[in-house]
Design a protein around this ligand. Structure first.
Ligand code: 13P
Length: 255
């Protein structure tokens, strides 16, 4: 399967930015700029922005995602949000295993796997994030790290469920640093991820998975990154907070 047959997806990850009022303003600015997009466009926003975001994008091609979810259906998990809560208000995607959650909030491959399984069971589409730390790259163990994350994060995910999984390759050293991976580095690891998926499932299943690159992707470097055969889209942090920049990346993915 060639790249043209995979769904290109540009997703914004707003992180802890924008109040509901600001979210409405930003999405109202983004929607008309991406109306002609020939790729999927998603904004993953803070929990309290979700309802406003869904309302503000109704009738547009912008889909809304959350930035995490818990694996239990309900219960004594103070501060957490269930998949059912997200589904009920119309959320379609959920970012899981972001390196900031792994780094600052004790997220492990085991919990990423539990969240991924729960999201899929609820009919949400997880964007599962993997990526190596700078010292892991310097120690030449990038492939080991990624192979382990892919295997553990997708443990017990069926081939049928894999159709609803998006993988985001986000080298931790490139996030919010302005230091982008080169297009060659991004392609090398995204191709490696696809090869791992082929090993765990089969080539056809692997070829159908959208693999995004994330880490200082912006309107200036998106074209080159997205030209690579295994880079099917982007997970965008900083540049997703500026309507024109985000729209330019969507345009690059639509070519
Ligand atoms: P930046 O685009 O700000 O580097 O963030 C990338 C990211 O973490 C997206 O999830």
């Amino acid at each position: 399967m060639d790249k043209a047959k995979r769904k290109a997806i540009i997703a914004g990850n707003w992180k802890m930015n924008k109040t509901p009022k600001e979210a409405k303003e930003l999405l109202t600015a983004i929607a008309p700029l991406v109306a002609d997009a020939d790729c999927e466009v998603i904004a993953c926003v803070p929990y309290v922005d979700l309802a406003t975001a869904i309302e503000a994008t109704a009738g547009t091609n912008v889909k809304i995602g959350a930035e995490n979810c818990h694996w239990a259906a309900s219960g004594a998990f103070t501060g957490e949000i269930s998949t059912g809560m997200l589904k009920e208000i119309g959320v379609e995607y959920v970012v899981l295993g972001h390196s900031e959650r792994r780094q600052y909030f004790g997220e492990t491959d085991e919990t990423v796997n539990k969240r991924t399984k729960a999201a899929l069971a609820a009919g949400l589409k997880p964007i599962v994030c993997v990526g190596e730390l700078l010292w892991e790259r310097e120690c030449n163990i990038t492939e080991e790290v990624i192979a382990r994350q892919i295997k553990l994060d997708l443990w017990d995910v069926t081939e049928e469920e894999l159709k609803n999984v998006v993988i985001a390759y986000e080298p931790v050293w490139a996030i919010g640093t302005g230091k982008t991976a080169t297009a060659e580095q991004a392609e090398e690891v995204c191709a490696f991820i696809r090869a791992q998926l082929a090993k765990l499932y089969n080539q056809d299943a692997a070829d159908a998975v959208t693999i995004q690159y994330g880490g200082s992707m912006n309107d200036g470097n998106a074209d080159e990154l997205l030209s690579k055969v295994n880079v099917d889209g982007g997970l965008i942090g900083g540049a997703s907070l500026v309507a024109e920049k985000f729209a330019a990346i969507v345009k690059a993915a639509s070519k």
